[in-house]
Design a binder for this molecule. Structure first.
Ligand code: NAD
Ligand code: USQ
Length: 382
């Protein structure tokens, strides 16, 4: 298939682009490279040394003979996006290209406004572009499990059957997001749902949990193809952060009690979920929602797992309960449905000690690149 990967220079997008290219799909990356600028703004870096996008793509072509095209530009610029759609006529549009850090969106007014404009306007432009240029193209949009928040009932996949005053309906599951970033995902979901209804667009909203790991079979082919790994308090996600902390002899930064429970998945499952959504497209006019994660863990569960693996490698790792910089429940019910991707063929890579140990060893290789100043959280929700 012809597929656009928007955000194809990022953590999820890069290994997805390589995998789909390896499977024989015609892959086109669209990315503004803004993520690399945010590293400069935050004085942070990927723990792994990542090559420039052009160098990465050249390396891929030299080693495999497969061509990935790239367009550098911003989805907020409609003329740029429209021109790419005209030139490439994609059958699927995988949309990773957003500002994805909750703490970044909570820095101040400017960062909250930027996050919502970047994400909501970018997605609106994609919807208008599909409508105008490629109405049959399947939009595969990365949403977030955090759109639902942590309600005291089971979370369903997108929709909830409700009986109210004797009448029944199937309605979108209530959303209680916990940051201006997560709110931008909710706004996107509403816009996409409306565009499907109004214009007959086909879309899959993948409510993804927290992703961990870094390597895929393809990124391991050559050091120039390595994926990025964020460990800082702004973009680093919890399990990758704990692994980087353990590898550099620091305490694991559990926020508050650590009872916060979330859905998690390995990066290799992210890639496979995108492929599954792509080869099983939504119907024309359908707004389909899948919950994309494989297991649930509390933050404290993860800290204990990392502590065990680190200790087996000779690191005496301690857990530190920091004052929680976020406003979130630290002790709550969490049970979320996630069967639809498995029904379509996902075979999860679960978090065994072996898998955790492999990621830990990859992190150890690059531990000298970690800057300790970037570990403790400085952004507060209040
Ligand atoms: P990332 O920041 O590593 O990559 C995002 C990429 O999009 C970057 O390369 C960036 O330059 C690009 N980008 C951002 N705004 C753009 C714009 N307006 N125009 C063009 N390019 C733009 O993020 P990621 O971790 O790969 O996440 C990808 C998607 O998956 C995001 O939408 C995120 O919300 C979602 N998601 C990520 C996780 C996770 O744990 N990483 C979990 C759930 C959902
Ligand atoms: N946490 C800690 N210690 C840390 C870092 C985080 O205890 O050092 C806690 C947080 O307080 C939170 C949980 O771990 O309760 C998850 O935090 P996170 O930073 O790993 O993930 P989050 O902010 O939710 O965002 C990440 C991605 C985002 C994606 C989301 C999926 O950055 O793009 O949408 O995961 S989900 O969590 O399902 O919403």
């Amino acid at each position: 298939m012809k597929v656009i990967i928007a955000g194809g220079d990022g953590f999820c997008g890069w290994p997805t682009a390589l995998y789909l290219s390896n499977q024989g799909h015609e892959v086109v990356i669209v990315d503004s490279l803004v993520r690399r600028k945010w590293d400069q703004e935050l004085h942070s870096n990927s723990l792994t040394p990542i090559a420039g996008l052009e160098e990465r793509i050249d390396c891929w072509r030299a080693l495999t003979g497969k061509i990935i095209k790239a367009f550098i530009g911003d989805l907020n610029h409609y003329d740029f996006l429209r021109e790419i759609l005209i030139q490439t006529k994609p059958e699927a549009f995988v949309h990773f290209a957003e500002q994805r850090s909750a703490p970044y969106s909570m820095i101040d007014r400017d960062h909250a406004v930027f996050t919502q404009v970047n994400n909501v306007v970018g997605t609106l432009n994609v919807l208008y572009g599909i409508r105008e240029v490629v109405p049959n193209c399947h939009l595969i949009k990365l949403g977030s499990m955090g759109e639902y928040g942590t309600p005291n009932i089971d979370i369903e996949e997108g929709y909830l059957n409700i009986t109210h005053k004797g009448r029944e309906d199937r309605l979108p599951f209530p959303k209680q997001p916990g940051s201006f970033y997560h709110l931008s995902k909710v706004h996107d979901s509403h816009n996409i749902m409306f565009a499907c209804k109004a214009w007959g667009i086909r879309a899959t909203d993948l409510n993804q949990g927290v992703v961990y790991g870094l390597h895929s079979n393809e990124t391991l082919i050559d050091p120039l193809l390595v994926n990025r790994l964020d460990y800082d308090a702004v973009f680093g996600t919890v399990l990758n952060r704990f692994l980087a902390q353990a590898a550099t002899g620091q305490d694991l930064t559990v926020y508050g009690k650590g009872g916060q429970t979330r859905g998690f998945l390995n990066i290799v499952d992210t890639i496979r979920c995108i492929e599954i959504a792509m080869i099983n497209p939504a119907e024309q006019g359908e707004f389909r929602v899948f919950n994309q994660f494989t297991e649930e863990f509390s933050v404290l569960d993860l800290a204990h797992k990392v502590q065990e693996v680190a200790r087996a490698n000779g690191f005496d790792t301690h857990i530190s309960h920091l004052e929680n910089p976020r406003i979130e429940k630290e002790d709550h019910y969490y049970q979320a449905a996630h069967s639809k991707l498995q029904d379509l063929g996902l075979e999860p890579h679960l978090l065994t000690n072996d898998i955790l140990n492999n990621i830990f060893c990859s992190v150890l290789e690059h531990k000298n690149r970690l800057s300790k100043d970037n570990i403790l959280p400085k952004i507060r929700w209040v």
